[in-house]
Design a protein around this ligand. Structure first.
Ligand code: AMP
Ligand code: ZN
Length: 665
């Protein structure tokens, strides 16, 4: 097989695996094998740029940046849906339909109403041409580059599809992926996202498509619009869309009567909690497209479709007490302690109240009867107070002004919704929180030790910072409660073993605010050892790709602190890794030392990520925006005009991909 044939056959094969994995949820190959094949394809594509194919599976990783999303008119208007809330509503609707059509037989399809962000995809000759958000229904934003990174969106269709058509659906963020994203954010000391729907629609408008590709988004389709599609019914439409490679949930039913529709609604009102993504109702549609045509549209919605909204899962219960939690960064979170109540299948005892503003906005007080709702959010939320049930002696909530753990005066800075305890070194919860973060799995991964042990050791006065862990002895531990000789030994050994944990993870373990796993990796790579990192200025830090002012500020603050420097010196003396290991430094040169590059546009021979890696491996830095500090702007195809203008303003040399490759040899 020659290079061209191999490229084409790999593309075809990988498309098939993508379809099995992301559309059918039936993997047909291991992740490892998939990655190997993808790498091979990337290599071939770099070697044969003339074989460029906009539908290649390699384009799923993103890399294109959109500064402004272009507004484009929809080929056909995207309508809203009328809502119904009861069987009577549905029966009224059916009567209106019968009146409109004359007394003929009508069938209905029932589908779930997926709760995400609407999307309209245009396909021409079997290839994804364009993706538009709903916008105002007449025109939407072109988010094609971002949509291409969603693996369940086929870039190329299979079977016999019409030459040109639009297909509509919903971009959703499944619960599992949402929970994972939030766990990461919390670990990084950031506020978690509120709910999957907003996060999904926010994702479509991210400028960096590579960031979108990392979000576990899914695209569920339900409607085809276009001339001469050969489709006669809604049911057939779903089947055809599946045949052509789209992800169309199999939960759907063809019904003849309102009773059958209600049966579907009743079943899914309960079982929707078992689905991997959020739904907020059922959409009932007249099945025959010819009948749909006859019925037509009102000024805002089709007459042939009706949404049946599930009741928001809501209960009321008594708010017993508001307590306050202190996080490892000192952030205070008010928590509502509720009279336990059953909601959407689980017992709810607590709900987050977020911050002081939220409490005063809703005028929430202890003793109130409150409404608790569980929508897409994993954590239930309080949406209001039943003022009719407010006790006579009720008093407005006075937000705490002292830390509940250490009684330090709380601080709230402008623009921050949260109050903070700034007693960084004295507040017990912050101290143990930092040590717990240090030992956690993604950080130093210290075996034989858990969060409770940390609290115990702290209370016994054996540790006051994470460096103290390395001085613990078996003899100190054995007398402690619930500490057998064996577990004491495991703990000491676990601590000892952690000195081999690589530099980038040590950086993460330090617990610098806003320095999460990915940022820690980036910084470790850019600075290579802790000494260079400690002395970095805010400006230098911000020149590193993806490092913003918030992170830079936090890093500088961390190292400005003598106590932190002392802890690091002690950790060093215990042998922890404070420089990149030799094998990571291998293949690395200093050719680009002291030079900062900004990369823009699309490249032919190497991907953007590879380009950035080459820069970093050769001692250079990747910057995110052109400034007077930039040495070179590496320009690919379709480079943004503002980057060029800035480069000219700051007299930064613009070089091509080839120029760059010569530079690194
Ligand atoms: P609304 O925004 O409440 O007017 O509801 C209309 C929206 O529901 C549409 O824009 C679709 O994006 C969304 N939707 C979700 N699932 C479906 C479905 N199965 N059929 C039609 N529309 C759906
Ligand atoms: Zn405190």
């Amino acid at each position: 097989m020659n290079g061209e044939e191999r490229t084409k056959s790999l593309r075809k094969e990988l498309r098939k695996h993508n379809h099995s994995y992301y559309v059918l949820d039936q993997p047909t190959i291991s992740d490892y094998e998939f990655d190997m094949k993808l790498k091979e394809l990337q290599g071939l594509e770099a070697q044969y740029p003339e074989l460029y194919d906009p539908t290649s599976p390699t384009l799923r990783v993103g890399g294109m940046v959109t500064k402004n999303f272009e507004t484009v008119a929809h080929n056909q208007r995207m309508y809203s849906l009328d809502n119904s809330y009861s069987k009577e509503d549905l029966e009224d609707w059916e009567k209106r339909i019968q009146r409109g059509l004359g007394d003929v037989e009508v069938e209905f399809t029932c589908e779930l109403k997926y709760d995400g962000a609407s999307i309209s995809l245009t396909y021409a000759d079997g290839k994804l041409l364009r993706a538009l958000t709903r916008g105002d229904g007449f025109q939407g934003d072109d988010v094609t580059t971002n949509i291409k990174t969603i693996k369940s969106v086929p870039l190329k269709l299979t079977g016999s599809y019409p030459p040109k058509f639009d297909i509509r659906g919903e971009i959703v963020l499944p619960f599992e992926g949402f929970a994972k994203m939030n766990a990461e954010r919390i670990e990084n000391g950031e506020e978690p996202y509120m709910n999957p729907r907003n996060t999904a629609s926010g994702s479509l408008k991210l400028q960096d498509s590579a960031a979108v590709s990392k979000r576990p988004l899914d695209c569920l389709l339900y409607g085809i619009v276009g001339q001469n599609t050969g489709i006669e019914s809604q049911w057939q439409m779903l089947e055809k869309a599946r045949e052509w490679g789209f992800k169309v949930p199999t939960v759907a039913k063809l019904c003849k009567t309102t009773d059958e529709v209600m049966e579907f609604v009743g079943y899914w009102d309960v079982h929707r909690h078992d689905l991997p993504y959020e739904t907020d109702g059922v959409v009932v549609k007249v099945n025959s497209l010819q009948q749909q045509d006859e019925l037509g549209y009102t000024s805002k919605s089709p007459r042939w479709a009706m949404a049946y909204k599930f009741k928001a899962e809501q209960v009321s219960t008594v708010l017993n007490e508001i307590t306050y939690q202190v996080g490892r960064t000192g952030a205070i979170t008010p928590v509502a302690n509720l009279e336990p109540v059953l909601l959407a299948g689980t017992t709810v005892k607590r709900a987050s109240l977020h911050n002081a503003d939220q409490i005063s906005k809703l005028d929430i007080r202890e003793g109130d009867t409150v409404f608790v709702e569980k929508g897409g959010e994993i954590i239930p939320k309080i949406i209001g107070v039943d003022f009719g049930k407010r006790p006579q002696n009720s008093e407005p909530t006075r937000y705490i002004d002292q830390c509940p753990e250490c009684h330090t005066q709380l601080v709230r800075t402008d623009g921050d919704a949260k109050h903070y305890c700034i007693n960084y070194y004295g507040c017990p919860v912050q101290i143990t929180g930092r040590i717990q973060h240090f030992i956690s799995r993604k950080a130093m991964d210290i075996e034989g030790m858990g969060g409770e042990t940390v609290t115990l050791l702290f209370q016994e006065g054996l540790i006051t910072d994470y460096a103290d862990l390395y001085t613990l002895t078996k003899e100190q531990l054995i007398p402690l409660e619930r500490m057998a000789e064996k577990s004491a030994e495991n703990l000491v050994n676990g601590v000892k073993a952690s000195v081999g944990i690589p530099f980038e993870r040590v950086m993460f373990a330090l617990g610098i605010r806003f320095v999460g796993e990915t940022v820690a990796k980036k910084l470790a790579k850019a600075y290579k050892n802790i000494d260079a990192f400690i002395v970095a200025t805010e400006e230098e830090l911000m020149a590193v790709d993806e490092i913003g002012d918030r992170i830079a500020q936090s890093v500088v603050e961390f190292f400005r602190n003598e106590a932190n420097l002392e802890i690091i010196a002690r950790l060093k003396s215990f042998g922890l890794q404070f420089a990149l290991s030799a094998d990571k430094l291998e293949n690395q040169t200093e050719k680009l030392k002291g030079q900062t590059f900004v990369v823009s546009g699309v490249f032919e021979k190497v991907s953007r990520d590879e380009l950035k890696k080459l820069i970093e491996d050769n001692g250079g830095r990747v910057g995110s925006s052109v400034s007077s500090k930039t040495t070179y702007l590496v320009a690919g195809d379709k480079m943004g005009p503002s980057k060029r203008a800035k480069a000219e303003k700051f007299e930064v040399s613009i070089i091509s991909e080839d120029d760059f490759l010569v530079l690194v040899g």
